[in-house]
Design a protein around this ligand. Sequence first.
Ligand code: LLP
Length: 427
Amino acid sequence: TQHFSYQDDTLNIDGISLKELAIEYGTPLYVYSKKALVENFRQYADTCKRFESDKIHSLVCYSVKSNSNLAILNILGQEGAGFDIVSGGELQRVIAAGCDPRKVIFSGVGKTANEIGLALKHDIHCFNIESFAELHRINQVAQEMGKQARVSFRVNPNVDPKTHPYISTGLKENKFGIPYEEALACYKAAASMTNIDVTGIDCHIGSQLLDDAPLLEALDKLLHLVDQLSEEGITLKHIDIGGGIGITYDDEKPVAISDYLTRLFTRVENWRKQKHPDQSIGLMFEPGRSISGNAGLLLTQVQYLKTNSDKNFAIVDAAMNDLMRPSLYEAWHKVLPVSNRKGEATSYDIVGPVCESGDWLAKQRELVIQADDILAIMSAGAYGMAMASNYNTRGRAAEVLVDNGNAYLIRRRETPEELFALESVLP
Ligand code: LLP
């Protein structure tokens, strides 16, 4: 967040005035810092490089779902990122952004035959399989295409990530992955299939994790399975530990990425030396939020100030359709006035124009504001624009990326005509 700072009482992003961006591009407006994005990615990449050897290699696969704008994918691709995707659409985005589909891993519980075919056509790195039925479907599609599909099983390690229940995915009761106890049987079945190339193992236990202990616990469980598999003659080439490291929205103190990766690589290296000294192993990561989250914010303009009985509302021009996290998870985002005013602060609920009581962006914030002021909703780079909708026939916000003192429009605002262009009335 050192990328966002006040200069002369005006909030700046990498030296550019957010007030000027709001005037030039209008609001609501997502604004990202390329510098922050790249720095966040390098937290992963630099530590990976430190541990690189002829026996250990790694690939950081940015989780496209957290922010899938082509400009962002393109920048990360240039930094050497691979990509974690969950749909054929995301694969097409990666390709459209000029990135290498052979660095793509395909997660998700519901891959269709078409999506599998598309991924095979582009020779993606690996399918992260989530069920026995999916294994059969992938084998079948690969057979029809005369291809070999590289696969990993997403194993559910049943560890508690200690995060919000809506974004925790590694517990038994979740729909994700295959149960730990069934993993061996799945691998054996896969190993006997003609068009399947068993290459890895993966997991993802949840999102916004502040502590890496649950991730290291999950790693130990995966390593144990890798040992069992190698006794059965199944040798894996990579271990993918998923994403999940959290960010600071308020005063959370997430583990430093370099510390987490250092602990992880050290564990894997010790295990490898002890158990599989002649083998080489790859490590993969699927971070989303920790790369894009604090690289972006949402600018919105106050339309009206309003008081109902004893509550004060700031009605702004961004809404739940622009940033769904507060209404969906009661997520907390910091709200900063773009221009500081002097005076006594009042407690406001920041709400949007959508016709739902759940349409709020922040509650009970002490602010000195007036109508027409611009507010910055912070930490909105991940799962912000990516989850935006057109509810209430609201065009989605524009997106601007700041790079080296210049601002670039990386997605223009949608017009109302575009929102109903695909519809037609009965003849
Ligand atoms: N890999 C898999 C298989 C995932 O399901 C996810 C996120 C990630 C990687 C990336 O996780 P991250 O590093 O971003 O924590 N919409 C929610 C978050 C949903 C996360 C879904 N899976 C939110 O706004 O908090």
